[in-house]
Every structure is written in structure tokens, then in C-alpha cells.
Write a new protein. Structure first.
Length: 247
């Protein structure tokens, strides 16, 4: 999973740079809307909504924006529903790519996704073409210099964590999605600072491709991640330190 950890770190680095941009707030608003649509507007009774609100607060999204998104999700405000979709395809060198989408207009989103894949020498595929190569997992990343690995491992294993691995200067913890909230709460209670905390699709195995394809694939991943309707991008590309150094 080392490649996935590096990609998660790239996304985290981008989010820090982009925290004040309206695009980030727009994505977070959609996450709140969908969460409220699915489980109601009370974060105490809707774990997914609570996480979406916490993510919004972490990048200083205004309270009024959060409140409006919740009301849109519960139907108190107009604007129509937001759909949650999964787009699948292949990048350069045949790497698998999954895009978790939230959109209020799939007729706009689909051709835009197809165009992005094509622009970076990839292909948007049919439903199920690559999803079987991934597992849905809870993922946490920590700065290895800011937390004790033994303490982290103990907390993880006592609260549903499956695996703790050192990854360069990070510590990675994975868990089943059902254990994510309990593990998140346990890390917060221990005052352990998380750089990444999300439920995401993680490739079962990583693949290597030719350097030219690898660089083009990374450009595709970043372009997809930058799209307004894309909430998360996953890949089975083995992202190396050399690739990251070139970015």
C-alpha cells in the first residue's frame, strides 16, 4: 500500500495549499449534502455527516455554508439532489483509476471525465472494469516523528485497526470501514495528530509502469483530483519517491 500512501500524501499536500479556494469548499459542501441526504441532518445520529462537517471545519469553511449544505441535503433548501457515483477507467500504462464523484448533473460530469481521461492518454471504462482490484478501507496517516509507533499500534489494535505500517516518514493505519469512526475517536482522544483520515479505495496490489507512462498517469490523477465533482481518486499505480520528486 506504499503507493497509495504516497498518493494520499500528495492529495493532503494539495489540500493544504488549496484550503482557502472556493473549489475545496464546493467539494466539501457536496459531501455534506450527500451525507444529510442519506442519513439526516443531525450529526450526532449521522456519523458520515459528522465527519464531513469536521473536514469542512478543518479548512475554515464558514458555518453558514455548512448549515446551507445540511439544509439542502435534508430538502429544506432547493437545488436538487446530489448523486454519488463511481467512475472507473485506465490511465497510461494500463493503471487502474477509480473516481468517487458527487454531482448534481451527471450529464455534465460524464463527458468531462471522459475528456480528462483522453487528454492524459487514458480511457474511461465501464462499470466494474477495475473496481474489483480495490478494497474499501479506513486509512490514517501520521507523521512518524510526531507520534510513538508503539502507542499508535496499541490504540489501533484495541479499536478495530487491521494493520500499522511505517511508510518512509509516515505511519499508516488501515481498518475496515465499520471500524473507522471508533478508531478516529480513539486517535482524537489520545490527541494524536492525523495528516490523513478517510475511508477510501485501496488497491490490493501496486503496479509499476514505464517512467514516461508513470509521469503521465500522475498528471491524470492530479487533473481528476482537481475536478469540482471528484471527491476522491484511487489508483493501483506504484507511486515512487522519484515520481514525487519530479512533481
Amino acid at each position: 500500500m506504499a503507493g497509495h500512501s504516497k498518493w494520499a500524501n500528495i492529495q493532503h499536500r494539495k489540500s493544504r495549499v488549496d484550503t482557502q479556494r472556493a473549489k475545496v469548499w464546493s467539494k466539501l459542501s457536496k459531501a455534506i449534502i450527500v451525507s444529510a441526504q442519506m442519513g439526516g441532518g443531525d450529526p450526532d445520529g449521522n456519523i458520515r455527516l459528522r465527519k464531513a462537517i469536521d473536514d469542512a471545519k478543518a479548512v475554515s469553511m464558514p458555518k453558514d455554508n455548512i448549515a446551507r449544505a445540511i439544509k439542502r441535503g435534508t430538502g429544506e433548501l432547493g437545488g436538487g439532489p446530489v448523486e454519488e457515483l463511481l467512475y472507473e477507467g485506465y490511465g497510461p500504462g494500463g493503471v487502474a483509476v477509480l473516481c468517487e464523484i458527487m454531482t448534481d448533473n451527471r450529464n455534465r460530469t460524464a463527458p468531462e471525465m471522459r475528456s480528462l481521461f483522453s487528454k492524459y492518454n487514458g480511457n474511461l471504462g465501464s462499470t466494474g472494469c477495475v473496481a474489483y482490484l480495490f478494497d474499501r478501507k479506513g486509512l490514517f496517516l501520521f507523521d512518524a516523528e510526531k507520534c510513538d509507533e508503539e502507542e499508535l499500534t496499541m490504540i489501533a489494535l484495541e479499536n478495530g485497526g487491521e494493520d500499522v505500517q511505517p511508510m518512509d516518514d509516515k505511519l499508516q493505519v488501515t481498518c475496515e470501514p465499520d471500524s473507522f469512526q471508533a478508531l478516529l475517536d480513539a486517535f482524537k482522544a489520545a490527541e494524536l495528530e492525523m495528516e490523513v483520515s478517510e475511508v477510501t479505495m485501496i488497491a490490493q496490489t501496486q503496479v509499476d509502469v514505464e517512467p514516461g507512462d508513470a509521469k503521465q498517469a500522475l498528471r491524470l490523477l492530479e487533473a481528476l483530483d482537481d475536478h469540482d465533482d471528484v471527491q476522491n481518486v484511487s489508483t493501483n499505480l506504484n507511486i515512487t519517491d522519484e515520481m514525487m520528486a519530479d512533481e
